[in-house]
Design a protein around this ligand. Structure first.
Ligand SMILES: NC(=O)c1ccc[n+]([C@@H]2O[C@H](COP(=O)([O-])OP(=O)(O)OC[C@H]3O[C@@H](n4cnc5c(N)ncnc54)[C@H](O)[C@@H]3O)[C@@H](O)[C@H]2O)c1
Length: 271
């Protein structure tokens, strides 16, 4: 996909990884709807972008992605403001083992809902131009995370949903590529949640284990995740791929025994 003049919606765009993703899209000439529940940080993010890019390139839309009406309204506003939608980045996420239902609501249910709403706007059969959806999962979506079992479950869900829906998109000719990114630890405010008992709940006793893991695996800069996003968007061959990003191996892809993008008949022959 050639990114200049494309319209992107990024959730959780006010800070951290989402802000870095929005920055990289703006640098490529995309218009970006910055979507976040934190209106204060969201507005200062928009102000910071306005000092670097034309103010017309971004719009800040306050939205709690777990609120269905709020989310639908946000997509509607994005399309009525910019005219259409080409790219959706489902990035908003939390790390909360205490309020674990909210973790599933935010990281998985809202991501699924956002994807379905996005597809409605992007599918050529509905008058859209096709496009690309990128879901931000985590290496905890591929590996067990003993101190964050529900976070890990939510991200495993994102990986399974992404791979499955990407196949559905191929079979059903949605005209939309769907991929996911699984980063290791990234230097953003979410890492502070590890020190908070209200976030880790019964697992806060093991917070030192997470800190040891951070020391062992290292911490990525958010710009590396942005680099991964641009790679996925610019390569039209990628669909159903799970990109992994770690300090040791950089940007690479998860290899599966069943190559993604295959049809049911081929799957049957392997199962
Ligand atoms: N930082 C890491 O180590 C790391 C590693 C792997 C994956 N991730 C994933 O990357 C994504 C971004 O995380 P981050 O590290 O930038 O975290 P962050 O806490 O810095 O930023 C998350 C943003 O999402 C917003 N958000 C949270 N819940 C929301 C909701 N219900 N509606 C709208 N906005 C909401 C927050 O206000 C915040 O601006 C998350 O999905 C996270 O799980 C992060």
């Amino acid at each position: 996909m050639h990114l200049k003049d494309k319209v992107a919606l990024v959730t959780g765009a006010a800070q951290g990884i989402g802000k870095a993703l929005a920055q990289s899209l703006l640098e490529k000439g995309c218009k970006v709807a910055l979507v976040d529940q934190n209106a204060e940080v969201g507005k200062s993010c928009k102000d910071a972008f306005d000092r670097q890019f034309d103010a017309q390139m971004t719009i800040f839309l306050p939205c709690d992605v777990t609120n269905e009406n709020n989310l639908k309204d946000t997509f509607k506003k994005t399309v009525s403001h910019f005219g259409h939608l080409d790219i959706l980045v489902n990035n908003a996420g939390i790390n909360n083992e205490s309020d674990w239902e909210r973790t599933i609501q935010t990281n998985l249910i809202a991501l699924i809902r956002g994807t379905y709403i996005g597809l409605e706007y992007m599918k050529p059969e509905n008058g859209g131009n096709g496009g690309a959806i990128v879901n931000i999962a985590s290496l905890a979506g591929l590996l067990p995370a003993p101190q964050q079992p529900v976070y890990s479950a939510s991200k495993h869900g994102v990986v399974g949903f992404t791979r499955s829906l990407a196949m559905a998109s191929t079979i059903g000719n949605y005209g939309v590529r769907i991929n996911a990114i699984c980063p290791g630890f990234v230097n953003t405010p979410i890492l502070q949640s590890i020190d908070k008992e209200e976030n880790l709940g019964q697992f806060s006793a093991y917070k030192e284990n997470i800190k040891d893991m951070m020391k062992f695996y290292g911490i990525l800069d958010p710009n590396v995740i942005a680099e991964g996003l641009i790679k996925i968007l610019e390569d039209d061959k990628l669909n159903g791929e799970i990109m992994k990003i770690s300090t040791k191996q950089g940007i690479h892809f998860q290899e599966y025994t069943l190559p993604s993008g295959h049809h049911t008949k081929k799957l049957e022959s392997v199962l």
